[in-house]
Design a protein around this ligand. Structure first.
Ligand SMILES: Cc1cc2nc3c(=O)[nH]c(=O)nc-3n(C[C@H](O)[C@H](O)[C@H](O)COP(=O)(O)O)c2cc1C
Length: 329
C-alpha cells in the first residue's frame, strides 16, 4: 500500500497536530526527535514525557530517537519499546542542526558509517518493534553516500528507510533530489519513503510516480494544511477532491486551539498556536495584519474572538490561495 506519512518536526508535530493529520488521512506519524541520552538520564523530565505522549486517538506512532552512542541509543530503545506504547523506533540520521550534526548525532552519523551501523544493529537487537531510519543524501555534495547507507541499513535489519533528498550541507536550500531518492529505491528491497519539498498534492503524486517509492513523507506542506493528506489520497485513488472551505478552515483552527488549551499550560498553548494560526491563514485576505495582531494577544479568549472576526470579514471573498493579498498588508 502506498503510504502518506507526516514528517517528524520539532515544535510542531505534537500529538494534537498528529491526531488532526491522522483524521485527514495520514497513514503514519512520528514523535518529534527525542534524545536517547536525555531519556536515559531523566525519563521523568516534563519536556521528555510530553514529547513521548501518544494521543488516545492516534492509530499508530513511531518514536524517533537521536544520539551518537550506539549503546545508549539501543538501551533507550529497549526500555522505551518494552512499554508496548509505540509501533516502531526511528533513528534520526538526517538532522542537520548545528548543535546536532557536527557532534556526530543526526546527519553526523552519515560521516561515521561504522558507528551508524552499530547503532542500527544494536537498536534492532534491543527493540521489540521494527526499527526504521531517516537519512539524507549524505553529509555534503562531496560525500553522497545514501545508497551505501541504505544498503547497510537493510543488512542491519532496518525495516524501512526515509530519505530526505538533500545533504546536510544544503540544510533546506536548493531542491530535494528525487532522482537520487529513485536510485535508493532501486538499490534496496525494504520500503523506501521519499521526503522533501512536497508542498502540494500534485507534487507528492508526481514525485512518487517518478521515483516509485513506497510512500511519501510530508513535513512543511502539512503546516496549516493537514488536509493535504486527504487530498493526496483522493487524487491517488482517482476520487474527486473538494478543496477545503473557509468554514472548515475556521472550524479546524478553533478545534486545534481548544485542544491545545485543554492539553497544555495556557502560556505554552497560546505561544505554540501563534505559529499554527499563521500557517492556517497563509494567503487569506488580511493575513499579515491579522498575524501581527495575534502575536500581541495574550489571552486565549481574545485570540479566539479575533479569529472569529477575521473569518467573518472573509465572507463573500473567495479563497485566494497562496496568491492572496497577505503581502499587501
Ligand atoms: C521545524 C522543523 C523541525 C524538524 N524536526 C525534525 C525532527 O525532529 N526529526 C527529523 O527527523 N526531522 C525533522 N525535520 C525534518 C523534516 O522531518 C523533513 O525531513 C524536512 O522538513 C523535509 O521535508 P519537507 O520538505 O516536507 O518539509 C524538521 C523540519 C522542520 C522544518
Amino acid at each position: 500500500m502506498f503510504e502518506v506519512r507526516l514528517a517528524p518536526m520539532c515544535g510542531i508535530t505534537d500529538y494534537i497536530f498528529r491526531t488532526i493529520c491522522y483524521e485527514q488521512g495520514c497513514d503514519l506519524a512520528y514523535t518529534e526527535m527525542i534524545s536517547a541520552m536525555g531519556y536515559l538520564c531523566a525519563p521523568e523530565q516534563r519536556a521528555t514525557k510530553e514529547l513521548m505522549i501518544r494521543g488516545t486517538d492516534e492509530p499508530s506512532l513511531i518514536l524517533q530517537l537521536f544520539g551518537r552512542d550506539p549503546d545508549i541509543v539501543a538501551e533507550a530503545a529497549g526500555r522505551i519499546t518494552a512499554s508496548g506504547i509505540y509501533d516502531g523506533i526511528d533513528l534520526n540520521m538526517g538532522c542537520p542542526a548545528k548543535k546536532i550534526a557536527p557532534s556526530g548525532e543526526g546527519c553526523g552519523l552519515m560521516r561515521t558509517p561504522k558507528i551508524a551501523e552499530q547503532m542500527m544493529r544494536r537498536t534492532v537487537a534491543a527493540s521489540s518493534v521494527p526499527v526504521t531510519v531517516k537519512m539524507r543524501l549524505g553529509y555534503d555534495r562531496d560525500h553522497i553516500n545514501v545508497i551505501d547507507f541504505a544498503r547497510m541499513a537493510e543488512d542491519a535489519g532496518i525495516t524501512s528507510i526515509t530519505v530526505h533528498g538533500r545533504t546536510r550541507e544544503q540544510q533546506y536550500s536548493g531542491e530535494a533530489d528525487w532522482e537520487m531518492i529513485a536510485r535508493v529505491k532501486q538499490a534496496v528491497r525494504i520500503p523506501v519513503i521519499g521526503n522533501g519539498d512536497l508542498f502540494t498534492a500534485e507534487q507528492a503524486i508526481r514525485c512518487q510516480s517518478a521515483s516509485k517509492t513506497d510512500g511519501v513523507m510530508i513535513g512543511r506542506g502539512a503546516m496549516g494544511n493537514p488536509w493535504i493528506f486527504r487530498e493526496v489520497k483522493a487524487r491517488m485513488e482517482g476520487r474527486e477532491y473538494r478543496p477545503v472551505t473557509n468554514d472548515e478552515r475556521y472550524s479546524m483552527m478553533m478545534r486545534h486551539y481548544k485542544d491545545m488549551l485543554d492539553c497544555k499550560p495556557e502560556r505554552i498553548a497560546v505561544n505554540e498556536m501563534r505559529k499554527h494560526i499563521g500557517w492556517y491563514i497563509k494567503g487569506m485576505n488580511g493575513a499579515a495584519a491579522f498575524r501581527a495582531k495575534i502575536n500581541l494577544t495574550e489571552k486565549p479568549e481574545d485570540t479566539l474572538a479575533l479569529i472569529r472576526s477575521f473569518f467573518e470579514d472573509q465572507d463573500g471573498n473567495d479563497w485566494e490561495g497562496e496568491n492572496g493579498d497577505e503581502n499587501k498588508n
